[in-house]
Ligand binder design. Structure first.
Ligand code: PMP
Ligand code: GLN
Length: 388
């Protein structure tokens, strides 16, 4: 293939999910839950279809959903937004990210990203004719993923237009701390940049941690476009309802690109996600507790199977260093063989790196699954590798 996306091929998620279907293996690759979300959210979509909410919604999104997003941002973070000008609904966070990058970047611009990088970022930056400049997140001696503030500062050049931040982070499960966000905010303010943040795992930090939106730091509300999605929070990844919020100029720029990508999205799902966003605190607490239990169970299984395992602070995913069980240390080969060897599918982290050498030996397992499924996978991994 030629053109701006030469070399990008098919996404690893599609490749690995197809392999899971082909081999009948347990799919801990692509991050999607294997149980339905709250009944009232599902029923609200069914009711909307039956009530005739089946035609194009307004370009910025249905008013009921924009109002619910504004309420959600105020309730959880104290962020006040004008739903008419400072919020837009998109086809998942994926399209919000695409709209932001295509709408804000010019050819030759640079975007500072923390690597490993969620796969669509680099593709959208390439589509915009811009360049991704990676800053490494690597495990420290305690197994916590950290970055070097000097590397971040050095990554910014005269061509840098924005910093793209994902917290909580996929695939590492890192939650950026207040101190780390302060460093990032300082760089943004100091160098006159814009920040785009991907917060799709906002409700899934564990062990008492809190998610802090970058836009809540002093001076950052004016400079940050915040992106999220209903997929992870309501177990509705297939609905593809996401959103962006922030200053009018940034939302307008991203929405201008978005209107030529999908125009509008999923009319009956919009009022349903609005119902979800207004669920009581107990829903969000239970969601977090369930995922935390699943995290613990998978981490236990990975450790028992002999993997060097980095305990995720949030999200759907645990990362491991495979070299303790497979001295070849080649995650791609490992993941292609794993369904045949053990009946389990995982994702090689190499695909998330601009500099693949940093991620070659790392593999990601998803735990957004029923405990029985996690146990079956853990048993298979232990039988395949345990005691090596
Ligand atoms: N950002 C990150 C970090 C993700 O893990 C995902 C995958 N769910 C997305 C964006 C895409 O979200 P959506 O399905 O809402 O497009
Ligand atoms: N975000 C999900 C993951 O990281 C998958 C999304 C996709 O298939 N593009 O696994």
């Amino acid at each position: 293939m030629t053109g701006k996306l030469a070399g990008f091929g098919t996404t690893i998620f599609a490749e690995m999910s197809a392999l899971a279907v082909e081999t009948g293996a347990i799919n801990l690759g692509q991050g999607f839950p294997d149980t339905d979300g709250p009944r009232e959210v599902l029923d609200a979509a069914i009711d909307a279809i039956n009530a005739g909410v089946n035609q194009y919604p307004p370009l910025p999104g249905m008013p009921v959903l924009r109002a619910a997003i504004a309420e959600h941002q105020s309730r959880f973070y104290g962020i006040e937004l004008d739903p008419d000008t400072e919020i837009a609904v998109t086809a998942g966070a994926t399209e919000a990210l695409a709209g932001a990058l295509l709408g804000m970047l010019d050819a030759g611009d640079e975007v500072v990203v923390f690597e490993p990088i969620y796969d669509s970022y680099r593709a959208c930056i390439a589509l915009a004719g811009a360049r991704a400049v990676p800053v490494l997140l690597a495990p420290d001696a305690d197994g916590n993923y950290v970055f070097d503030p000097d590397e971040l500062r050095a990554a910014v050049t005269d061509r840098t237009k924005l910093i793209l931040l994902n917290t909580p982070h996929n695939p590492t499960g890192k939650v950026f701390t207040r101190d780390e966000l302060d460093v990032i905010a300082d760089v943004v303010l100091d160098r006159g940049l814009v920040a785009v943040t991907d917060e799709v795992y906002e409700h899934l930090p564990f062990d008492g941690r809190t998610h802090i939106p970058l836009s809540t730091l002093p001076g950052m509300a004016e400079r940050t476009l915040t992106i999220s999605s209903g997929g992870k929070t309501f177990h509705t990844t297939g609905w593809k309802i996401g959103w962006m919020s922030g200053p009018r100029e940034l939302v307008t720029a991203a929405r201008t690109a978005k209107q030529f990508l999908s125009f509008v999205n999923g009319a009956p799902f919009q009022p349903a996600i609005a119902v979800g966003l207004r669920l009581p605190d107990s829903y969000f607490e239970q969601l977090r507790a369930n995922l935390e239990a699943a995290r613990d169970r998978l981490v236990q299984g990975l450790v028992a199977a002999g993997f060097t395992t980095y305990v995720p602070e949030a999200s759907y995913f645990a990362t491991v260093d495979i070299r303790s069980v497979d001295p070849r240390g080649d995650g791609r080969t490992f993941c292609r063989e794993l369904p045949h060897a053990c009946g389990v599918v995982a994702v090689p982290n190499e695909v998330f790196y601009a500099r693949p050498e940093f991620g070659r030996h790392m593999v990601r397992f998803a735990y957004c699954k029923q405990l029985s499924v996690i146990d079956a996978a853990a048993e298979a991994l232990a039988a395949g590798f345990g005691g090596r």
